[in-house]
Design a binder for this molecule. Structure first.
Ligand code: AMP
Length: 379
């Protein structure tokens, strides 16, 4: 009996555990909150990622470790990797934890990125804003996610406000300034690399964000084959350079038909949730296969899929459940503003059918704003 340890007990760990059950796997989750939602399906060790007795207990009970949360402290990941196989490796994790290291690697690999500059002082910010121009975005290098730890500098007048908001973080987590990309669309490549180096990617996903948080994903994205091939080639290069094992997502902006890399998420990703019903093998199943050294599953799509994120509180389930291709995922979390509490996936055989289902669900739930951009992309 193999036990997979997961650092972090959120919905990603929960969906990993659910998808690992048919493989006969057991799970153990390490999280600092006893009511973490993965704990409803897997035993837990409750403790901080830096809590040595908790780490000792966790390591002693697992065969292999992986992550639901990428911001596990590097020392804890290294400590664990000396005792048990850890995938992705602490090195890959370290690169993905740091926006500067990540963008530097993208550039080294020939993957285009928005203009960027490391920022340690107010003077550097003034110089960098002058060089990169406005609008631009000041971001924390570490620990930011879902648009948190970001400040948009629309004009040079916003510079003081940006420094007031994030300047104190410069010594703690570092800062980076990025040029603002006026993208036509946001895309992601969700891909998997096995222990033996085999690489597979799911069809490209198009994503829509509201206030920096993913709102909807559509697969396959409406992009031409050449662009899709370039996106997948970027992901393949990255996976190889990092000797990556497991699932990851590469988030990309598309501007004037050119792809610019935004970030690498070293884990199963929200923009890949549609793979549970929309693909031959889900991202969760393939992540487990990769970390266990099992053959990877086929990543081909079954028709068209759209995922809608439920943020803050769950809506009524019935309109989604009434759809032939409607699938409901309630993460078992309590409602809280800004929190990802669940998602729905609508699957259909062709774009018109998917658009019609989205229209019905959007109207029934009063969420026309959320479905409209996806329907427009399907036209
Ligand atoms: P991130 O946490 O970097 O993934 O940012 C969250 C969201 O903010 C992205 O998905 C974009 O919608 C937006 N965003 C982040 N960086 C940029 C940028 N350089 N230019 C334009 N939009 C951005």
């Amino acid at each position: 009996m193999t036990t997979v340890g997961i650092l972090g007990g959120g919905q990603l760990a929960r969906m990993l555990a659910l998808s690992g059950a048919p493989l006969g796997l057991r799970f153990l989750v390490l999280d600092n909150t006893a009511d973490a939602c993965a704990g409803q399906f897997a035993p837990m060790v409750v403790g901080d990622y830096t809590d040595q007795p908790a780490l000792d207990e966790f390591a002693s009970k697992i065969d292999v470790a992986t992550f639901d949360f990428e911001n596990v402290p590097a020392e804890s990941a290294h400590w664990l990797a000396e005792r048990r196989p850890v995938f992705p490796s602490p090195r890959a994790l370290a690169v993905a934890q740091d926006r500067l290291a990540e963008k530097t690697l993208f550039r080294e690999l020939g993957i285009p990125v928005p203009d960027f500059a490391p920022i340690d002082t107010r003077e550097q910010l003034i110089d960098a804003v002058a060089r990169i121009g406005t609008p631009c975005i000041l971001k924390t290098r570490r620990l930011g996610y879902d648009g948190k730890g970001q400040f948009r500098i629309k004009t040079p007048h916003d510079l003081d406000a940006a420094w007031d908001a994030l300047g104190a973080q410069a010594d703690k987590v570092g800062l980076i300034l990025e040029g603002f990309v006026r993208f036509e669309r946001e895309l992601s490549v969700v891909a998997v690399r096995g222990r033996d180096g085999e690489f597979r990617a799911w069809p490209i996903t198009e994503n829509w964000h509201v206030d920096g948080v993913l709102s909807a994903s559509l697969a396959p994205a409406r992009v031409d084959d050449a662009l899709a091939a370039t996106a997948i080639a970027h992901a393949g290069k990255l996976a190889q350079a990092l000797d990556y094992v497991g699932v990851f997502a590469l988030e990309l902006f598309c501007r004037d038909g050119v792809l610019l890399a935004n970030e690498l998420a070293p884990r199963v990703h929200n923009s890949g949730h549609w793979t549970i019903e929309g693909s031959e093998t889900s991202q969760f199943q393939n992540h487990l296969r990769a970390v266990l050294g099992l053959p990877l599953g086929d990543t081909r799509m079954l028709g068209q899929a759209c995922m809608l994120n439920w943020i803050g509180a769950m809506p009524e389930a019935a309109p989604v459940l009434a759809e032939a291709g409607g699938h409901w995922h309630d993460y078992g979390k309590s409602a809280r503003a800004g929190r990802k509490v669940g998602h729905a996936t609508l699957r259909a055989d062709d774009p018109a059918e998917l658009a019609a289902a989205l229209r019905r669900v959007g109207a029934a739930l009063g969420r026309e704003d959320q479905v409209e951009p996806v329907i427009a992309a399907l036209r």
